[in-house]
Ligand binder design. Structure first.
Ligand SMILES: Cc1ncc(COP(=O)(O)O)c(C=O)c1O
Length: 281
């Protein structure tokens, strides 16, 4: 695969630097979904789990599931093999395509599929060691919306809040839902460590069922339960999970240290296990 390249699937072949119409519903209404997948040493990590989540997103958007996933598979199969030794980020975007009144979901040309691939900056491997800071957003996550649980193209709440947090000197931002319970960060899921126990909020609270979250729940005993902001400030450790940045300790929240204020041992040990898994050792 040529890093730094984007492709559009034309139904039969991948077109390098292809374009999607300005009339595409993904452009007009954010009518689509995407996946961001990390490739380690030439292999896309957890590819099947990403495709399963994409299928669930298609169901929620009432788009054809099987034929669309089959097309995504065909498109992926046409990529050149990933360069060995390089860690890559692959984004797969699927929109509903062109056509119909905004509310007419079935009068369209069929899906548009785009792939983007780039080599990861080394920074990605520094964050798990140094950790990050966050603030809590005033914007609430709407847990009653099905969009809160799929990776839809509507991510501006997340991006605007993160940009505002960064302007105020924080790395990231955490969201509460309408019941004032903690859900996740702008682009990652959240776990807390309290003593020997690890907790994470359930998906029903209004969060994306992250692929890395799922892997962490396989690697460690994690209890899913609703969390409030107070749980965060009293935690011994907090960590965030994301396919690209993996497992990142959250060491400071709204200026307060979490635990000692340094990355903690439970997070470090989980990160080491996760790294072994991604490296296939
Ligand atoms: C809102 C949100 N939550 C959680 C995640 C983590 O998901 P994953 O582990 O599948 O990358 C992401 C990923 O981008 C995200 O955008």
């Amino acid at each position: 695969m040529i890093a730094g390249t984007s492709f559009v699937w034309d139904g039969a072949a991948l077109q390098p630097d292809g374009v999607i119409s300005a009339l595409d519903r993904g452009v007009l209404f954010g009518d689509g979904i995407y996946e961001t997948i990390r490739g380690y040493n030439g292999v896309l990590f957890q590819l099947e789990a990403h495709l399963d989540r994409m299928a669930q997103g298609l169901r929620v958007l009432q788009m054809p599931v099987e034929p669309t996933i089959a097309q995504v598979r065909e498109a992926l199969a046409q990529l050149e093999p990933l360069d060995q030794g390089q860690d890559l980020r692959l984004r797969v975007t699927v929109t509903r395509g062109v056509g119909g009144q905004p509310w007419e979901l079935y009068q369209t040309t069929g899906p548009s599929i785009a792939l983007q691939c780039r080599v990861l900056p080394r920074l990605c491997d520094i964050l798990p060691k140094v950790g990050c800071s966050a603030t809590i957003s005033d914007v609430r996550r709407n847990e009653t919306s099905p969009l809160s649980r799929i990776k839809s193209l509507n991510c501006l709440d997340n991006l605007l809040a993160r940009s505002q947090a960064q302007a105020a000197g924080f790395d990231d931002v955490l969201f509460l839902n309408t019941a004032d319970r903690v859900v996740e960060a702008s682009t990652s899921n959240l776990f807390i460590v309290a003593g020997k126990a690890i907790f994470t909020p359930p998906v029903e609270e209004g969060l994306l069922p992250g692929i890395t979250r799922e892997v962490v729940m396989e690697l460690a005993h994690v209890t899913q339960r609703p969390l409030i902001a107070e749980d965060l400030f009293q935690a011994d450790e907090i960590f965030l999970t994301n396919s690209i940045s993996e497992i990142v300790p959250l060491t400071h929240l709204d200026g307060n240290p979490i635990g000692t204020g340094d990355p903690g041992p439970v997070t470090a040990s989980l990160y080491a296990t996760y790294r072994k898994m991604t490296q296939g050792t």
